[in-house]
Design a protein around this ligand. Structure first.
Ligand SMILES: Cc1cc2nc3c(=O)[nH]c(=O)nc-3n(C[C@H](O)[C@H](O)[C@H](O)COP(=O)(O)O)c2cc1C
Length: 164
């Protein structure tokens, strides 16, 4: 059955947007209708059957507009199935991407069925001096660490759930 899915992604420098685009592609391939918005442009949740919301992680937190958006969910459509993802660089490239558990409280707003953290991108040429310094201090290594196969696999698990 075709579901209407609202996909909301907060991205400052585009890498989270890229992750969201791949999720949208997979779900469309599986016959669903997907509307992708930034949190500030996101429409009413009420007409949708499912919600996927993600954010880049900055200073251990979701972007403020993504946090604000999660607060809308409870009011506009409590009980909608929600999946969440974060995009960050903590733990890279030394080891596994670590789930920034400090984003946890925001997930309580939406009661996500699943939350996944994907590796992001550190492209110093796109960043201000201040951002570069903070990212370097945080131990980030230059590069695009996104694993789109992993993103696709996660999107497929969502599609499977929606087909149940
Ligand atoms: C100033 C700054 C702070 C960051 N803080 C974190 C952090 O606390 N945890 C983390 O996992 N990644 C952190 N990152 C990495 C970003 O989450 C990563 O670059 C991500 O891909 C950015 O997404 P965007 O391109 O959609 O904005 C930080 C990056 C910058 C530039």
């Amino acid at each position: 059955m075709c579901m209407n899915i609202l996909l909301v992604a907060a991205s400052k420098h585009g890498s989270t947007q890229g992750v969201a685009e791949v999720i949208a592609e997979v779900l469309k391939e599986r016959g669903h209708s997907v509307d992708l918005f930034s949190p500030t442009d996101a429409p009413d949740i009420a007409p949708y059957d499912a919600l996927i919301v993600g954010s880049a992680v900055y200073m251990t937190k979701w972007m403020p507009e993504a946090v604000d958006f999660t607060k809308r969910v409870k009011h506009e459509k409590p009980g909608i199935p929600v999946w969440a993802f974060s995009v960050g660089l903590s733990g890279l490239p030394q080891g596994e991407i670590s789930d920034p558990s400090r984003v946890g409280p925001v997930l309580l707003n939406i009661q996500a069925k699943d939350h996944r953290t994907f590796p992001g991108r550190f492209d110093p040429s796109q960043l201000s001096l201040r951002e570069r310094s903070i990212a370097r201090l945080g131990g980030a290594s230059e590069g695009d660490w996104r694993d789109f196969d992993d993103v696709r696999d996660w999107a497929l698990t969502i599609a499977d759930e929606l087909d149940k």
